[in-house]
Design a protein around this ligand. Structure first.
Ligand SMILES: [Fe+2]
Length: 304
């Protein structure tokens, strides 16, 4: 199981795509109708899509194997979560299910998707910054603890760590591919892009600075997951992150609890070199909610 992409609706997809390509570093993969698909240097056909409309999250997409999908269908149907079979009309195709979690998060699970050739050749000399893929999509939750339990039981995910602020969840050996923030409301918290290495994160920060953007938080290195981060508030609304080097964890990783993850006074990361724009981030984290535009269909009704 791998996190692949996030699908957003927003009023001006062309402007959002221009920022993400010209400044953030993604590459235009395709424009279908008025939907923009943007990719990174990795094998996924796209990482983010922007469809015109109100501001909301359409889905977050994971790609998986057939046996994983079969298990998901059985458990989702047994749990009674709103869901439907789906054939992806996005680049990479594939088929599977869309699921609405108890707080409204919309996850799509696809099998038999196709990948594309990775992009090489961008270099330090050209100053080109290019994210590889998504490394995590984090959601705000009214009850993050319940969300963590729900995705463990129904989706087969595993909680890697709990802190005072977050429940970190993995779906493979990466410490977290998603997380639920203890926010008191449900929305998109942020979208994190994987960079090749620490140097690529720092060059990304420089490239953003060249274009007048300062981090809302970072650079820094988190406790849980041990990943490097730099968070920005995108001009089109959501919080986006350059990240790298998230910890790989074994299947028997001991789930950390909040008391395992405390900081010295005045510290909220390992380095302690940057401030955090709490108020600005909070506003940005509330902008993108979830909207289910489809009617649930019993998964058992799907033709074989
Ligand atoms: Fe993050």
């Amino acid at each position: 199981m791998k996190l692949r992409s996030i699908e957003l609706s927003l009023p001006d997809p062309a402007a959002a795509a221009a920022f993400m390509v010209d400044i953030w570093g993604l590459v235009s993969a395709e424009v279908r109708g008025s939907t923009h698909y943007l990719r990174g240097s990795g094998v996924f056909p796209y990482l983010v899509s922007f469809q015109p409309g109100d501001e909301f999250v359409r889905s977050t997409t994971f790609v998986c194997e057939g046996d994983e999908l079969a298990g998901l269908k059985t458990r989702v149907a047994a749990q009674g979560w709103p869901a439907r079979p789906v054939v992806s009309q996005d680049p990479g195709g594939g088929h599977g299910i869309e699921v609405e979690l108890p707080e409204g998060e919309l996850l799509r699970f696809l099998e038999e998707t196709s990948n594309t050739a990775p992009i090489a050749g961008y270099s330090k000399a050209s100053k080109r910054v290019m994210p590889v893929k998504l490394t995590h999509v984090v959601f705000n939750s009214a009850d993050a603890e319940a969300s963590g339990h729900a995705v463990e039981e129904v989706l087969g995910f595993r909680v890697s760590d709990r802190t005072r602020g977050m429940v970190f969840v993995r779906c493979n050996d990466s410490h977290h591919s998603t997380a639920f923030a203890r926010a008191g409301f449900a929305s998109l918290n942020h979208i994190a892009f994987e960079m090749d290495d620490l140097d690529a994160v720092m060059r990304g920060i420089g490239w953003m600075r060249d274009h007048g953007f300062q981090p809302a938080w970072g650079p820094g290195r988190h406790g849980p997951g041990d990943n490097v981060y730099a968070y920005y508030i995108a001009p089109f609304g959501p919080v986006i992150e350059y990240s790298t080097a998230v910890e790989k964890v074994p299947a028997d990783y001991r789930t950390g609890e909040p008391d395992d993850w405390t900081w010295p006074e005045h510290r909220i990361d390992q380095w302690g070199v940057s401030d955090k724009d709490f108020a600005g981030l909070r506003v940005a984290e509330e902008r993108f909610r979830f909207r289910r535009e489809w009617e649930p269909v019993p998964l058992a009704a799907e033709p074989a």
